[in-house]
Design a protein around this ligand. Structure first.
Ligand SMILES: Nc1ncnc2c1ncn2[C@@H]1O[C@H](COP(=O)(O)OP(=O)(O)O)[C@@H](O)[C@H]1O
Ligand SMILES: [Mg+2]
Length: 275
C-alpha cells in the first residue's frame, strides 16, 4: 500500500497488522495520481468558497496544469452550475468518471447525478461524509496536478472526514471583511491547527465594490482587513477580490471560465510556489 494514502500514522513504513491501516487501493485510486489536494474552506457560508474554488481552478488550468474540483458541498452544490454542467456523470469499469468543463477542468459533484439540479438532498451527516469519501476513492480522477475540494460551511462532519482520511496537501481560507465572518473563519483556521494542516493563506473576497457612478470604492462589509487578519493568525495573505456584479452574472450563466479575475493569476502563483 502506498504510504501517502494513509494520513493516520507517521510511525512505520509497514502497515501490516495495523488496525487502522486503510483498505487496499480501489481500482479508481490505482487509475489516479493527484499531486496536490487542496481544500477551500471558510467555516462561514456565502463568503465565496465555491467562487474562489472555481476561479482558482480556472487560473491553474490557464497556466497549463491538469485540474479537478471535488464538490464536497453535497447539500448545497454550486460547482456544476458555475461551469454550466448538468447531470451527465457516467462510470467506467474502474469507477465514476468526472465531467470535464469546456476548459478541461474535471468536476465531480452529486448534482451531476441528480435528475434535476434543484432536487433536494435530505441526508444526515454520516451519509454525506460517506459519499464525499467515495468522491475520493471511487472517482477515476486520472493524472491531476491540482484537485481542489470545495468544502461546505462549518467545521463538522465533512471537513473532519476529509482531514482525517484524505491526503490533503493544505487548505486555502476564504473570508470577507465583515467582523462576523472573521469570527467564524477564525474557527476554521484554528481547526486546521488541530489537524496540523498547512494553511496556504487567506483570500479576502467581497472586499470592495466599485461605485458605477463615481468609480470610488464602497465597503459594503466594512473596511478590508484581510492582510491584518492573516498576519494575526500567522498565515500568508493571498489577495483580495472586489464584489463584482459581472462575476455574479457569469456564475448564473454557467460561464465562470470566461470571467477574468485579475487577482487570481497572482494568487495561483503563490499557491503553486507554496504547494
Ligand atoms: N466577488 C464576488 N462578486 C460578486 N458576487 C460574488 C462574489 N463572490 C461570490 N459571489 C456571489 O455570492 C454568493 C455566494 O458565493 P459562493 O461562492 O457560493 O459562496 P460559498 O461557497 O462560500 O457559500 C454567490 O451567489 C456568488 O455568485
Ligand atoms: Mg459553496
Amino acid at each position: 500500500m502506498a504510504k501517502e494514502q494513509c494520513n493516520g500514522c507517521a510511525a512505520a513504513d509497514d502497515c501490516s497488522g495495523c488496525p487502522s491501516a486503510p483498505a487496499e487501493l480501489t481500482a479508481a485510486q490505482k487509475a489516479s495520481r493527484v499531486k496536490n489536494l487542496i481544500a477551500v474552506m471558510s467555516g462561514k457560508g456565502g463568503v465565496g468558497k465555491s467562487s474562489v474554488t472555481a476561479l482558482l481552478a480556472v487560473a491553474l488550468r490557464e497556466k497549463g496544469f491538469r485540474v479537478g474540483i471535488l464538490d464536497a458541498d453535497v447539500t448545497g452544490p454550486s460547482i456544476p452550475r458555475l461551469f454550466g454542467l448538468s447531470g451527465t456523470a457516467s462510470a467506467s469499469e474502474d469507477g465514476l468518471l468526472p465531467v470535464p468543463t469546456a476548459g478541461g477542468i474535471k468536476i465531480m459533484s452529486l448534482n451531476l447525478m441528480l435528475p434535476a439540479e434543484d432536487t433536494p438532498v435530505v441526508w444526515r451527516g454520516p451519509i454525506i461524509s460517506q459519499l464525499v469519501g467515495q468522491f475520493w476513492t471511487e472517482v477515476v480522477w486520472g493524472e491531476l496536478d491540482y484537485l481542489l475540494i470545495d468544502l461546505p460551511p462549518g467545521t463538522g462532519d465533512v471537513p473532519i472526514s476529509i482531514f482525517q482520511s484524505f491526503p490533503v496537501s493544505g487548505v486555502i481560507t476564504v473570508t470577507n471583511p465583515q467582523q462576523l465572518a472573521g469570527m467564524i473563519v477564525r474557527k476554521s483556521i484554528h481547526m486546521l491547527n488541530l489537524y496540523k494542516l498547512k494553511n496556504y493563506g487567506l483570500i479576502e473576497n467581497m472586499a470592495w465594490l466599485e461605485c458605477p457612478d463615481c468609480g470610488g470604492s464602497v465597503h459594503l462589509f466594512g473596511k478590508p482587513r484581510g492582510g491584518e487578519e492573516a498576519a494575526r493568525e500567522g498565515i500568508p495573505f493571498l489577495g483580495a477580490l472586489p464584489l463584482d456584479p459581472s462575476l455574479t452574472a457569469a456564475a448564473d450563466a454557467g460561464r465562470i471560465e470566461e470571467y477574468r479575475a485579475e487577482a487570481f493569476a497572482a494568487i495561483a502563483d503563490k499557491i503553486i510556489a507554496a504547494a
